[in-house]
Design a protein around this ligand. Structure first.
Ligand code: SAH
Length: 345
């Protein structure tokens, strides 16, 4: 069964019309849900309408199961869905507002050799409503509502591969940026992918205005293949070409993510090769992240981040080292899982 939060505003209006309810009922219901409330918690709707809705749809699909706060103020949220599955999200506070890191799948099938999210494979896709619910719950937790947006930015960088759950993710982007929902500007939303080439082309055609972020992590095909199984299906060179097409179509600067792993991809020679292999007639930036260590994966973080950056900058490439946040609560990039850490049980 679909959850009521899977519906966009038009669909909600159609539903109320089917129930012979006035159209303002759709607004009331939509606004209540998008303020992070369950149907039961919405007070301006009659019991009768609520019953009709719940006969055909599941209620608000998740709740906050647990909240952890890092020393640096970053918060990790653990959400629980109606079927008992769990995903994690991270809230970061910046000068301009709050950024929420959102998950798109329970687990992940990509199995990158440095990442915690794929350790148990893909459990299942999240629905549009389940993706939305993460933002709506945290917005409410911050004291906000549909008319009082606390979250200003979203990064689709939690567990899962967004382009492997394409339809739900694109619907999520359309709804969360709509006027009736939180109206978050698509320009303030980043989607990160390990590089599914034909889906990148498909996304370019949607012309959403979001920032595309590519998890590159390697200067060439050989190293990429070693640490990211997906590179066997999509060659390095073809990925870079797809990124250029994305830029040509959307005019949006693309961001590459590059986690520096000691002895694997962090030498100055690697930096030179990276510069050579990504450069071209398009606008991009490289985010360098010293690897966040994941116990089961056994890879070590690099100490060369700043030298690597300087090398790239000298070669005329825009690159910065991203400061890592929330590491003490395992909320940093690549540390999100779908199982609650054992010592918390
Ligand atoms: N599947 C998507 C979305 C995940 S985003 C993707 O691959 O882009 C999470 C980001 O953190 C990705 O750039 C991912 O490659 C990166 N990451 C994963 N494990 C990491 C680790 N251990 N240290 C630093 N970054 C990591």
């Amino acid at each position: 069964m679909q959850t009521i939060l899977d519906l966009n505003f038009e669909q909600m209006k159609d539903l109320m019309a089917n129930f012979n309810e006035p159209s303002f009922r759709a607004t009331q219901l939509f606004q209540g849900l998008h303020s992070g409330k369950t149907i039961d918690e919405i007070t301006n709707i009659s019991k009768n309408v609520k019953e009709k809705v719940l006969n055909s749809y599941l209620d608000f699909p998740s709740s906050i199961y647990k909240k952890l706060e890092s020393k640096d103020g970053t918060r990790k949220y653990i959400y629980k869905f109606l079927d008992g599955n769990i995903v994690e999200g991270v809230l970061m506070k910046y000068k301009y507002g709050y950024t929420l890191c959102v998950s798109t799948q329970v687990g992940c099938r990509m199995n990158c050799s440095f990442c915690a999210s794929g350790l148990n494979g893909l459990i299942r896709n999240l629905s549009t409503g389940e993706i939305l619910s993460q933002v709506l719950l945290v917005n409410r937790d911050l004291g906000g509502s549909v008319k009082d947006r606390k979250i200003t930015n979203i990064v689709l960088m939690g567990s899962g591969e967004p382009l492997d759950n394409y339809t739900a993710v694109v619907n999520f982007l359309k709804i969360i940026s709509s006027e009736q929902s939180l109206n978050i500007s698509l320009r303030n939303i980043s989607l990160s992918t390990c590089g599914l080439v034909e889906k990148i082309d498909k996304l370019a055609k949607e012309n959403l205005g979001i920032t595309l972020t590519i998890s590159l992590h390697s200067p060439n095909q050989q190293i990429r293949e070693k640490i990211m199984p997906v590179a066997k299906a999509y060659k390095f060179e073809d990925l870079i070409k797809a990124v250029k097409r994305y830029f040509d179509k959307t005019g949006r600067r693309v961001v590459y993510e590059y986690a520096l792993i000691s002895g694997v991809n962090d030498s100055l020679k690697n930096a030179e090769e990276l510069a050579k292999n990504v450069k071209g007639n398009y606008s991009f930036h490289i985010n360098l992240i010293p690897l966040n260590e994941v116990k089961e994966r056994g890879l070590k973080s690099s100490k060369n981040a700043y030298q690597f950056m300087e090398k790239l900058n000298k070669l005329g490439i825009s690159a910065t080292v991203r400061r890592t946040m929330g590491e003490d609560i395992e909320g940093a990039c690549g540390q999100l899982r779908n199982k609650i850490l054992k010592d918390e049980n």
